[in-house]
Write a protein that binds this ligand. Structure first.
Ligand code: DOR
Ligand code: ZN
Length: 400
């Protein structure tokens, strides 16, 4: 037992010799964690008087808040030939993600509280990243049969039919009213993208108190419509994916599809300008057979951070800007006290080497699937170590 003068005390870890980077900036320092939280942040030369049980030497690398993914697919239950909670959450922490929102397009669809509660319990037992299980907006992704928001809301802060557009404007209107009434984020997958976003902004304008989040934006026109809506004071946020930010014009199947260089340039510019709130992954694992049969999606957990850092640093964004989009932005949207390196915040942390260059090799993915068009690409930025709730869960290629 840890004792100080005979009294039991809590487990402490000191992480030293690091540059601390979060959305507020970058500074050399060290961090003491205690019982799952950040106990104290020190200056680089600050004296540490408190005792600790374990020390991590960051060897001059960068310590960031763990990444929070507002948008991924874990395929569990029902599609576990592609991924399951165990493989998906291992891939997540390898990628630096300490909290992930898993979309509702499982089999069955996540439209009832028993299904959600079961996934939450199973994920918690794994002790890897925190799972936020997204609930569907309509039962079995039907056109107009809405879920029971009231019973689902205590289990999740976010509802989405992602994978499917909400075609029925009346369904969208009622869902926005529920978002205001029960205070949740309504996240939408939009096809056709800009037209549906424009429709939903008009509905949002008529629904005071509703919270709208636009998933995986890919087009300049969509971003322009969202920026205009923000300027009118509406509560709307948006997210990008690693692949739309990193590449354009590819034919690899994904929804929304790869767009033009002009669209990609607008996303890069919008990210740097602060107009885009969140970097998601849209981690969408599929088996080789499912890909051959036309399944859309890209496996992104293990490459996402490096794809974003490679593309956005080249566009002029420094790491605090990326931390805003990978941690503080999603935390704010979900109402979580997380995503910063500050006293009393969760000790969900990731040690990265922003300068390390490495080559994508999907055969080495821990994910159950390997679907990526980026095999062989050289990326910059590597996740070295991931700490969840004060406990190291991933350390230089090994799971602890
Ligand atoms: O490419 C995609 N794949 N886009 C989506 O919206 C859904 C996802 C999936 O579930 O595979
Ligand atoms: Zn989607």
């Amino acid at each position: 037992m840890n004792t100080t003068k005979g009294k039991p005390r809590k487990m402490r870890t000191l992480i030293e010799n690091v540059t601390l980077v979060d959305s507020t900036g970058s500074r050399p320092g060290k961090v003491m964690t205690e019982d799952g939280l950040i106990r104290k942040v020190y200056k680089a030369r600050g004296r540490v008087q408190a005792q600790y049980d374990e020390k991590i030497d960051g060897r001059g690398k960068v310590l960031m808040p763990g990444f929070i993914d507002l948008h991924c697919h874990l395929r569990d239950p029902g599609l576990t030939q592609k991924e399951d909670l165990d493989t998906g959450l291992h891939a997540a922490v390898k990628g630096g993600f300490t909290t992930v929102c898993a979309m509702a397009n499982t089999k069955p669809v996540m439209d009832d509280s028993e299904l959600l509660a079961k996934n939450l319990d199973r994920a918690q037992a794994l002790g890897l990243a925190t799972l936020i299980q997204v609930a569907a907006v309509t039962r079995d992704f039907s056109d107009a049969d809405l879920v029971d928001f009231e019973t689902l809301r205590p289990l999740t802060p976010i509802f989405s039919n992602d994978g499917h557009n909400i075609d029925n404007a009346d369904t969208m209107r009622v869902a926005l009213e529920a978002s205001a009434k029960y205070d949740f984020v309504l996240a939408t997958h939009n096809e056709p993208e800009t037209a549906t976003v424009v429709r939903d902004i008009a509905l949002l304008e008529k629904t005071p108190g509703a919270h709208l989040h636009i998933c995986h934006i890919s087009r300049k026109d969509t971003l322009d419509a969202i920026v205009a809506a923000k300027q009118r004071g509406l509560d709307i946020t948006c997210e990008v994916t690693p692949h739309h930010v990193y590449a354009s014009g590819m034919s690899y199947k994904v929804h929304p599809p790869f767009r033009s260089w002009a669209d990609r340039k607008a996303l890069l510019k919008g990210a740097v300008a602060g107009d885009i709130d969140i970097c998601g992954t849209d981690h969408a694992p599929h088996t080789d057979a499912d890909k051959r049969a036309g399944a859309p999606g890209i496996n992104n957990f293990e490459t996402g951070f490096a794809m974003y850092h490679t593309a956005l640093s080249a566009a002029g964004m420094a790491l605090p800007g990326l931390s805003r989009m990978l941690s503080a932005g999603p935390a704010n949207r979900l109402g979580l006290k997380a995503g910063r390196i500050a006293d009393k915040y969760p000790a969900d942390l990731v040690l990265v080497d922003p300068d390390a260059e490495w080559q994508v090799n999907s055969a080495q993915f821990i994910s159950k699937s390997h679907n990526t068009p980026f095999d062989g690409k050289w990326l910059r930025g590597k996740v070295l170590l991931t700490m969840k709730g004060g406990r190291v869960v991933y350390d230089h290629g090994s799971f602890v």
